[in-house]
Design a protein around this ligand. Structure first.
Ligand SMILES: *[C@@H]1O[C@H](CO)[C@@H](O)[C@H](O)[C@H]1NC(C)=O
Ligand SMILES: *[C@@H]1O[C@H](CO)[C@@H](O)[C@H](O)[C@H]1NC(C)=O
Ligand SMILES: *[C@@H]1O[C@H](CO)[C@@H](O)[C@H](O)[C@H]1NC(C)=O
Length: 480
C-alpha cells in the first residue's frame, strides 16, 4: 500500500517535472536576460527605469467619448501605468467669462467627474494640463480675446504683459482646480511660445522693468507656477523649451526651480543625437532642480497628417530615452518619471494625426518596453498576447496585426489594413482602387468610430482621409 502510493507520487512528480522543465528553463532565461521576470510578481513600479509612468491624453482633436476612456483606463491600469495627463484644451466645461473658449461638443461637468472616477477605480492619478503661454490658439481665436495675442496673424502666444491674459490663465487654473479637488499635480504646458516680447505691451514692460526677453518668459512661468501651487496643487509641471538654454543663475533668479518640475520633451526616434537637446541641459537640470521628468511619444509625432501607426518608430523613442539617461548619469539618477505623450494635432488649427484607437498597440508595446526593458521582438510578442492579435507577414517584411481584441480594435484594423492598402496602392501607382471601395472602407471606418468619438469629429476624419487620398500624386509618397 505504502510502496504503491510512493511509486505513484514519484511517477507523477517525474511527469510534472518533464512537462514543466522547458517552461521553467525559458522563464528562468528570460528572467535573467531582462533582470527581472514579470510573471514572478516583481513590482515593476519600483524596478523600472522610469518609476512614474504617465500616459498623455490629448483632447485637442478627435476627443474620445467618456465610455471609451473608461475602457482605455482599464487597459492602462493592467499595464501598471500610474496616471493620465489630460490635456483638456477646449473640451473642458469652462464657465463665466471664459465660457466661449470651450468648443461646442465638449465634456460636461458630470463627464469630467466620470472620467476622474474611472481613473480612480483603475488606480490612475489624473494630472490636468492647461496651457498658460504658447499653444493658446483655442483661447486667442475667440473674438473676445484676440487682442491678447502677441501676434496678429499667428494666435499661438498670449501676451503675458497684459493683466487680462494673466486673469484668464488664472481663471482656467481655478476652474480646473474646482473639478479636480483631489489632484495634487498639474501641468501648465508653456512650450513653443513662438512670439514672446513682440507686441508693444511686452516691449514697454521690458524697458520699464529693465529686463530681457528671457527674464520676461521665465518670470511668467514662475508666476503661473506659484499661482497653481497656491491654488492647491503640490506639484506643477512645465515643458522645458522656454527656459532650457538659460544659465543656472538666470533660472535661479526667476525662481523657476521653486515652483516648477521640468518635463524634458522630444519625440525624435533617437533623442541622444548630439545637438538635439541644448548643450549642458542635463547638468543644469541636475544642479538646479530636485527632480525632473522626460516625455516620449506613442503617437502624433510622425507627420502632421499621419494616419498610420508606426510602432517601431515610437518604440525607438522609448529606447533612446533609456539610453539618454544612461549617457547623463547624474541626471539619470534624478529622473522621476516619463510622460508617454499621444498628440492628436500639432496645434489647434492643424489636421489630425494618428487616432487613439489606431495607436493602442503602439502604446502597449512602449509600455512593455518601459516596464521590463524587453527587446523589441519580445515587446511586440507581449503586446500581441495581451491584445490577442494575430500577425500576417507580407512579402515586404511588414507586419499586419489582425483579429485583435482591444477597445477600438476594429477601427485599428480598418485603418491599418483596409485603408492602408488603398492608400499604398495609390502611392505606388498601381491600379487605383475603385472609388466605390474607397468610400466603402471610409464608411466602415465611420461606423467603427461611432462608439468611440463624437459625430462631428468622425466627419472631420472622413473628410480629411478622403482629401488626403485624392491629394496623393500617383506614384509618389504622401506629402506631410
Ligand atoms: C459667448 O458667446 C455667446 C454667443 O456669441 C454670447 O452671447 C455670450 O455673451 C458670450 N459669452 C461671453 C462671456 O462673452
Ligand atoms: C476625493 O477623494 C475622496 C476620498 O477618496 C472621495 O470621497 C471624493 O469623492 C473625491 N472627490 C472627487 C471629486 O473625486
Ligand atoms: C517606421 O519607422 C522605421 C524606423 O523605426 C522606419 O525605418 C520605417 O521606414 C517606418 N515605416 C514606415 C512605413 O514609415
Amino acid at each position: 500500500m505504502f510502496l504503491n502510493r510512493n511509486r505513484t507520487f514519484w511517477l507523477l512528480f517525474a511527469v510534472i517535472v518533464t512537462i514543466a522543465f522547458p517552461y521553467l528553463l525559458i522563464s528562468f532565461l528570460e528572467g535573467t536576460s531582462t533582470g527581472y521576470n514579470h510573471l514572478s510578481g516583481v513590482d515593476v513600479r519600483t524596478s523600472r527605469k522610469f518609476r512614474n509612468v504617465i500616459v498623455h491624453i490629448d483632447l485637442k482633436g478627435a476627443p474620445p467619448r467618456v465610455e471609451y476612456l473608461q475602457q482605455v483606463f482599464e487597459l492602462l491600469s493592467r499595464q501598471h501605468v500610474d496616471g493620465v495627463l489630460i490635456e483638456y484644451e477646449d473640451m473642458f466645461p469652462y464657465s463665466g467669462e471664459i465660457e466661449n473658449i470651450t468648443r461646442m461638443l465638449h465634456y460636461s461637468e458630470a463627464d469630467v467627474r466620470r472620467i476622474i472616477y474611472a481613473a480612480e477605480i483603475n488606480g490612475l492619478e489624473v494630472i490636468p494640463l492647461i496651457q498658460s503661454f504658447g499653444h493658446l490658439e483655442f483661447v486667442l481665436k475667440s473674438p473676445a480675446f484676440m487682442h491678447l495675442s502677441e501676434d496678429t496673424i499667428d494666435y499661438n502666444t498670449i501676451c503675458i504683459s497684459d493683466k487680462k491674459s494673466i486673469e484668464i490663465v488664472q481663471q482656467m487654473i481655478l476652474q480646473i482646480r474646482k473639478l479636480h479637488p483631489n489632484s495634487t499635480r498639474i501641468h501648465i504646458g508653456a512650450d513653443e511660445a513662438y512670439h514672446v516680447g513682440e507686441d508693444h505691451r511686452c516691449r514697454n514692460r521690458m524697458t520699464e522693468e529693465r529686463i530681457e526677453k528671457s527674464q520676461l518668459k521665465m518670470n511668467h512661468i514662475a508666476q503661473i507656477g506659484k499661482f497653481a501651487k497656491n491654488a492647491g496643487f503640490k506639484t506643477v509641471f512645465a515643458w522645458n523649451d522656454m527656459f532650457d538654454k538659460e544659465s543656472e543663475i538666470a533660472i535661479r533668479r526667476a525662481k523657476i526651480h521653486e515652483y516648477i518640475v521640468p518635463v524634458i520633451w522630444g519625440y525624435r526616434e533617437d533623442v541622444t543625437e548630439p545637438g538635439y537637446f541644448p548643450d549642458g541641459l542635463f547638468d543644469r537640470i541636475a544642479n538646479i532642480f530636485d527632480g525632473f521628468y522626460v516625455a516620449s511619444a506613442f503617437k502624433g509625432a510622425d507627420g502632421q497628417r499621419q494616419q498610420f501607426s508606426n510602432i517601431s518608430r515610437y518604440l525607438e523613442v522609448q529606447r533612446s530615452y533609456v539610453k539618454l539617461m544612461d549617457l547623463h548619469q547624474n541626471a539619470g539618477e534624478m529622473v522621476q518619471g516619463i510622460f508617454v505623450t499621444g498628440w492628436s494635432r500639432f496645434n489647434h488649427f492643424n489636421a489630425l494625426c494618428e487616432l487613439l484607437p489606431v495607436a493602442i498597440p503602439s502604446l502597449i508595446v512602449d509600455l512593455f518596453y518601459l516596464n521590463y526593458q524587453f527587446s523589441a521582438t519580445r515587446s511586440w510578442e507581449e503586446m500581441k498576447k495581451l491584445l490577442s492579435c494575430r500577425t500576417n507577414k507580407h512579402k515586404g517584411g511588414l507586419m499586419d496585426l489582425y483579429d485583435c481584441q482591444f477597445p477600438g480594435s476594429d477601427a485599428f484594423e480598418i485603418v491599418m489594413n483596409d485603408w492602408k492598402q488603398i492608400v499604398d496602392r495609390r502611392i505606388q501607382g498601381r491600379h487605383d482602387s475603385p472609388q466605390d471601395n474607397v468610400i466603402a472602407v471610409l464608411e466602415k471606418l465611420k461606423k467603427s468610430l461611432q462608439p468611440i468619438l463624437y459625430q462631428a469629429d468622425i466627419d472631420e476624419i472622413y473628410n480629411q482621409y478622403l482629401h488626403d487620398y485624392h491629394a496623393i500624386r500617383i506614384g509618389t509618397t504622401v506629402e506631410s
